[in-house]
Design a binder for this molecule. Structure first.
Ligand SMILES: NC(=O)c1ccc[n+]([C@@H]2O[C@H](COP(=O)([O-])OP(=O)(O)OC[C@H]3O[C@@H](n4cnc5c(N)ncnc54)[C@H](OP(=O)(O)O)[C@@H]3O)[C@@H](O)[C@H]2O)c1
Length: 395
């Protein structure tokens, strides 16, 4: 059964399929949302399912920043992009602004902060018969200032909001879409599963040394539902960094467990994309000064467009087809000397992650705790759609 929010988006989604323009879509959305009574079996989706001849990539958080620009690059390279977003109308508007051809993308509702929504999204893909050749776990939330920095918010599932959106939602999503990725591998399409990392979750970097540092402790806080994984006093900036550390550890454990699956697992640091929506919850002063600092002093600044091309490279290039790697770039990265000296900003390099990110015991423990929190008994083997529906209806 779809969650109420998914039902609303479902109505919006179907309204948008027929809408000639975003402005018209908005009017149409309101009308359809008011009169439609979507059935529980209808997918929370718009547009046609992906044509099987085209390679298909699912991008979470495709409505902004890096995800939007990676979608743009991949669409130009002939991919069909499944935009997994929480704000349907915003995605439609951005797609129009970026001139995405109508048949090159589909928009699906997926709120990563809700485990039910993630499941509904995966069900919708199955119902629509969508192939998945690449999954990019890109969406993220960063709460570094104001009230949200010091006061944890919890989701309906009982998880701290940053950890829920950035790590646990994606963990559930990889589990749910694993059969589709494996099917892609069996068809010889060399699927990839990419999880965005960050220097901020890597304590062997300059940015990673800025307090508060990422630290998962013994993970007991995560297991027990505390605001932070190491049970320290809540800090929204740390929650983000911890979640990024979880993202990179998850990729490592996926590689450890499933390196014979035919799926290529990767993580990356795309560079400092200082003007994206990620910093929307920061102070105005920070948002004014940060891009200037990155452009003129550290030279770590990367435009959204350039970062989108970098992410697209990780999704499709033969040069980045080695599984288990954490990719970064010279020039416009975390290495200040290289930022000044290197003209080549386009070639990905295998980066050395921090000791924490290479901690296999912690990666295994995180994976097991995450399975437990996401109510997963066998990873990669989600309940089939029909069985899941009958389970809900008899409950
Ligand atoms: N910016 C950087 O310098 C930088 C550096 C290193 C790594 N990264 C990583 O790059 C990725 C993209 O970040 P960005 O800089 O492009 O930030 P962004 O512009 O804020 O994009 C984040 C996206 O995530 C979506 N999102 C947030 N919470 C969600 C939820 N609960 N369910 C579904 N979608 C959700 C947002 O949706 P809405 O559009 O609806 O808000 C948005 O589309 C993140 O993983 C981030 O950690 C960024």
């Amino acid at each position: 059964m779809l969650a109420p929010s998914a039902k609303l988006y479902n109505a919006r989604a179907r309204a948008n399929v027929r809408a000639p323009s975003v402005r018209a879509a908005r009017r149409h959305v309101a009308a359809r949302a008011a009169v439609d009574t979507p059935s529980a079996t209808s997918p929370a989706t718009s547009s046609s399912s992906s044509p099987s001849s085209k390679r298909t990539v699912v991008i979470t958080g495709a409505s902004s920043g890096l995800g939007l620009n990676a979608a743009n690059s991949l669409i130009k390279n002939g991919w069909h992009v499944v935009c997994a977003v929480r704000d349907f109308a915003k995605m439609e508007m951005k797609a129009t602004q970026m001139n995405f051809p109508k048949d090159s993308f589909s928009v699906y509702h997926c709120d990563l902060a809700s485990q039910k929504s993630v499941r509904a999204f995966a069900e919708a893909l199955q119902v629509d018969g969508v192939n998945v050749d690449v999954l990019i776990c890109n969406a993220a939330l960063y709460l570094p200032s104001g009230r949200a920095r010091w006061h944890p918010q919890f989701t309906a599932d009982g998880f701290e909001l940053s950890m829920a959106s950035n790590h646990l939602g994606h963990f559930k999503l990889v589990h749910e879409l694993f059969p589709l990725l494996k099917a892609s591998a069996e068809a010889g399409r060399k699927p990839r599963c990419i999880i965005l990392g960050s220097v901020t979750g890597n304590t062997n970097t300059v940015a990673g040394q800025v307090p508060p540092k990422a630290n998962l402790g013994d993970l007991s806080g995560l297991a027990e539902g505390a605001p932070l994984a190491d049970k320290s006093l809540f800090d929204g900036a740390k929650a983000y960094k911890d979640s990024k550390l979880c993202n990179m550890l998850t990729m490592r454990e996926l590689e450890n467990r499933y390196n014979d699956s035919g799926i290529i697992f990767s993580s990356l640091y795309p560079g400092c994309i200082a003007e994206t929506g990620l910093f929307r919850n920061h102070t105005n002063v920070f948002r004014f000064l940060f891009p200037l600092l990155q452009k003129n002093l550290t030279k770590g600044y990367v435009s959204e467009e350039e970062a989108g091309e970098r992410l697209a490279t990780i999704a499709e290039s033969e040069d980045t087809a080695e599984s288990g790697q954490y990719w970064a770039w010279r020039g416009g990265g975390d290495d200040l000397v290289e930022n000044y000296n290197t003209k080549d900003r386009g070639t990905p390099i295998k980066n050395q992650p921090s000791t924490d990110v290479q901690d296999d015991a912690k990666a295994k423990k995180l994976f097991e705790i995450s399975m437990d929190l996401c109510n997963i008994s066998e990873f990669g083997a989600p309940a089939p759609v029909a069985a899941a529906k009958s389970k809900v209806s008899t409950a």
